[in-house]
Design a protein around this ligand. Structure first.
Ligand code: ADP
Length: 452
């Protein structure tokens, strides 16, 4: 029997005993009166304790838990223990939270916690500095009301947080931020901001250096190539050594020219000064032109086929797309032995548009595929040089495609061949009614296409 029931038994037993003692002395009536009075005292005592409990509940501090007797003593002790353990876990939680906030404050990166509806729950001092927030004033505010950068608003809405976003902030001195969103928990998000101004400056210096060197080299190499070709064509190289060296010199200067042109093209693609000039691009026409070029380059050594269904146009830069697609076609011819097959195709696949070049060439081993679009990465350096490669073709393709929000898919099997596909998203596909601008010749792009 537990203490509660024992106490209940005692509360009944004492008045009953008093009644029983009274009975022989004062009779049954007096005994009942004593028993009733005893019970009344018990009830009053309970109500008194209830009143104490209610008063304490208004301000429940562990040090002010009331004293009681009987079962109420147990109730009050249990309450005291419960409250004390609650206080302890609360102070442990507060200490952890403080530690977390101190760690957050010491972080060199900005941190913002957003709730499921993108409202700010908390941010650290670095985030206040990076994004112009105020932790106390802005808690509970919609993030996009405070950081109104259209790119950021779009990034937050896109639900696609694989890559960080680069933001230029112009409060005071201009600085550049890399902002990454990380979803966690129940649709909450962590916004991590990092100041990459110095990194970007170094990167810009590197880009400018390569662009300037390439630019400076362009003219001397062109002059050199011109002279060498003239001498070579005129047959003026009298002695034997010169006769043998001239073709080699012409070859090497042409290689340097291609290298400089590719480096300049890459610099342009990377430069913020050259944003994408989107225009209607007649891709079926472009594909056909590339097919003719492939036939000329192959000179009958391969079976070259064109598989272009429908007349899908794109919105993009014709010059850049021509360069990217041209690189894929040239590679297919260069890396396919004589007698092989090259198929150039332009198709729709679901909502996407797909430019692909399939060859039955030497193929690429799986371990190279992830690195093949890096600058100067070659599987077989000798073969690349022999066939006039610069090692920059696929790097250019990758840059052009990323400027068009497209991606490069590569499927390859050594000894069997490769398929390189440029996959364009629906937003890049041009609705037929908008092509008219170009077919009317109402923009420059149309005239350029006719001149090709
Ligand atoms: P390169 O000027 O050396 O061809 P790219 O950037 O165009 O440079 O290509 C990088 C490397 O990828 C090449 O050196 C070659 O090894 C490989 N590669 C590219 N296209 C093909 C292809 N169609 N078949 C086999 N290998 C290829």
């Amino acid at each position: 029997m537990n203490r509660t029931w024992a106490s209940f038994g005692l509360a009944l037993a004492v008045p009953a005993l008093a009644g029983l003692v009274t009975w022989p002395v004062a009779g049954a009536g007096a005994a009942m009166a004593v028993f009733a009075a005893g019970l009344l005292i018990v009830v009053i005592a309970h109500y008194h304790h209830l009143a104490l409990l209610r008063r304490w509940l208004r301000e429940p501090a562990p040090e002010a838990v009331p004293q009681g007797w009987g079962v109420w003593d147990d109730v009050f002790s249990d309450l005291y223990r419960l409250l004390r353990s609650q206080r302890q876990s609360q102070s442990r939680l507060t200490a952890t939270l403080e530690e977390f906030q101190q760690a957050g404050a010491a972080m060199p990166d900005g941190l913002v916690i957003l709730d499921a509806r993108d409202r700010i729950e908390w941010c650290n001092p670095k985030a206040e500095q990076h994004l112009g927030l105020d932790r106390r004033r802005d808690a509970g505010q919609q993030m996009t009301y405070l950081v109104r950068h259209p790119q950021f608003v779009e990034y937050l809405r896109s639900q696609n947080y694989g890559e960080p976003l680069t933001l230029r902030q112009t409060r005071g001195a201009e600085f550049i931020l890399s902002v990454q969103l990380v979803p966690y928990g129940d649709r909450q998000k962590l916004v991590i901001s990092r100041d990459i101004t110095d990194l970007e400056r170094v990167e810009a210096m590197r880009r400018d250096f390569v662009a300037n060197v390439s630019h400076e080299l362009r003219t001397p190499i062109t002059v050199l190539a011109g002279f060498l070709e003239t001498v070579s064509d005129s047959g003026a190289g009298g002695n034997d050594l010169l006769q043998r060296s001239l073709p080699l010199m012409v070859d090497q200067t042409r290689r340097m020219q291609r290298l400089v042109e590719d480096l300049l093209m890459l610099s342009r693609l990377e430069s913020a000064r050259y944003p994408l000039q989107a225009e209607p691009v007649d891709v079926p026409g472009l594909t056909h032109a590339l097919y003719r070029e492939a036939l000329a380059l192959s000179a009958g050594r391969h079976r070259v086929l064109l598989d272009s269904a429908g007349g899908t146009w794109l919105l993009g830069s014709e010059e850049e797309l021509r360069s990217a697609f041209g690189n894929l076609v040239t590679n297919a011819i260069r890396y396919t032995p004589d007698g092989g097959e090259v198929v150039i195709s332009w198709q729709r696949r679901g909502g996407h548009a797909l430019f692909s070049v399939r060859d039955t060439g030497i193929g690429i081993e799986q371990q190279h595929l992830a690195r093949i679009t890096e600058r100067f990465y070659r599987v077989d350096r000798g073969r690349s040089r022999e066939t006039g490669g610069t090692g920059l073709g696929l790097a250019i393709v990758k840059h052009v495609l990323s400027r068009h929000q497209a991606r490069l898919e590569i499927a390859s099997e050594p000894g069997r061949g490769s398929t390189f596909s440029a996959v364009f998203p629906e937003e890049r596909i041009l609705a037929p009614e908008r092509r008219e601008e170009r077919e009317d010749g109402s923009n420059g792009a149309g005239r350029r296409a006719e001149n090709r």
